[in-house]
Design a protein. Structure first.
Length: 414
């Protein structure tokens, strides 16, 4: 039986000509094993950031349509260069833009959502014996406008194509060999997880884990696509993200953080909640948390990691404050640090331990006033940005017992 495999390579994997050559070698080897291969590529290295910077040098507030037209050039460069490299290795390859391969989106510029995939040209290329190279992060709206998919858009492209093609696997390659219990750059003791459920990975992504974007995992969950997260250099292991598997008595998946988080607490819910939701939807921002107590609502947001300049989030804050006016009772800004895992929703003792660690790291003054929450599979706490690393380290040390405790996400039983 011939396998159809979708392979996505991130910007670091195609950052220069040498790395593109290595990707070409790996893809050709898979083709020669008899696999039908679809490759989704991101822009080379920091190309997207450079294009955003260039746009802001030309215009303080670039038009979103024109910015999308500009940014999609990055992935087109990658796809064409990779197709050339593969052809030089004696294998036929066809490069396709998002619109050419049938990625249909809504009309929201800068943060479009995929609504349908019609991969006819991809299927034709595979049937002709070609490797199909697809530009990630982009699609076309029903208005026939080029759109971009926001942070992690190339991952979402790969998963959507895998679902539409009925692919046997979707492999996500980057500079890390899987999903870890914390950012290894912050927590040296972080361990790679062998497997995660979709729900755990969704919560980690929302909490700030950068390996897979939330939209990508949500699409995979909705369509039952198994995700294999691997290192582009072939070293190390992998993390498999799939439907729920049997859980241990104390399952903790990891600790993560979202910088530039924002909490608004406001009254007169009937008057303000609907309009605020409309403002957030127009900005393409989904609240991390929304809780109501009587007529009082608490909403937690965070700047999109892709909004490197922060201009969009700053403008959103101004609009929100103006809308809420005198009914804005409380505003808190800082870093939101979260622990994620099924045990946090199931084991009350873990919640108490989480609170004790937060109290210890932040000290009495900050711990008394900075909010914390239990929601879904998470427990989260606001902290000053300068204390985020210390809190992440302390929570990881407390929730993960020994050197092998987190190999399959098994946290400390308390």
């Amino acid at each position: 039986m011939t396998l159809t495999i979708v392979k996505k390579f991130g910007g670091s994997s195609v950052a220069d000509v040498g790395r593109i050559a290595k990707v070409a070698d790996a893809v050709v080897a898979a083709h020669q094993r008899g696999e039908r291969v679809v490759v989704v590529v991101s822009a080379m290295g920091k190309t997207t950031d450079q294009l955003i910077k260039l746009a802001h040098e030309v215009s303080p507030e670039p038009d979103r349509r024109e910015l999308d037209m500009l940014l999609t050039a990055g992935e087109r460069i990658s796809m064409a260069l990779l197709a050339m490299a593969i052809r030089d290795r004696g294998v036929a390859a066809t490069s396709l833009t998002g619109s050419q391969c049938g990625i249909l989106t809504n009309a929201r510029q800068g943060s479009a959502r995929i609504v349908e995939v019609r991969p006819f040209r991809v299927e034709d290329a595979l049937d002709d014996g070609h490797i199909a190279i697809v530009a990630g992060f982009q699609g076309v709206s029903y208005r026939r406008e080029v759109t971009t998919l926001g942070r992690g858009g190339s991952d979402t492209t790969a998963v959507a194509l895998a679902a539409a093609l009925g692919a046997d696997a979707c492999e996500i390659y980057s500079d890390v060999d899987g999903v870890y219990t914390a950012d290894p750059k912050v927590v040296l003791a972080a361990k790679r997880l062998d497997s995660l459920s979709y729900d755990e990975m969704l919560e980690l992504a929302r909490a700030g884990a950068k390996v897979l974007a939330e939209d990508c995992v949500a699409w995979a969950k909705a369509h039952g696509v198994a995700l294999y997260v691997k290192a582009a250099d072939g070293q190390g292991g992998e993390t498999l993200v799939r439907r729920d598997e049997p859980q241990g008595l104390a399952q903790v998946a990891g600790v993560s953080s979202r910088p530039e988080a924002l909490l608004w607490e406001f009254g007169d819910m009937a008057r303000h909640l609907g309009p605020l939701r409309d403002v957030l939807a127009q900005a393409g921002v989904a609240p991390l948390l929304e809780v109501s107590h009587g007529d009082v609502v608490t909403v937690v947001l965070a700047r999109d990691i892709a909004d490197s300049a922060g201009a969009g989030f700053t403008a959103l804050q101004a609009r929100g404050r103006a809308l809420l006016g005198a009914d804005l009772r409380r505003e808190v800004q800082g870093t939101l640090v979260s622990a994620v895992g099924s045990a946090l929703a199931r084991e009350p003792s873990l919640g108490g331990h989480f609170d004790a660690v937060v109290d210890d790291v932040l000290g009495p003054a900050d711990a008394a006033v900075l909010p914390r929450f239990a929601h879904g599979l998470c427990r989260s706490a606001f902290c000053p940005p300068e204390q985020a690393a210390a809190l992440t380290l302390a929570l990881h040390a407390a929730l993960f017992a020994g050197p092998d405790a987190a190999t399959r996400g098994q946290g400390k039983a308390l």
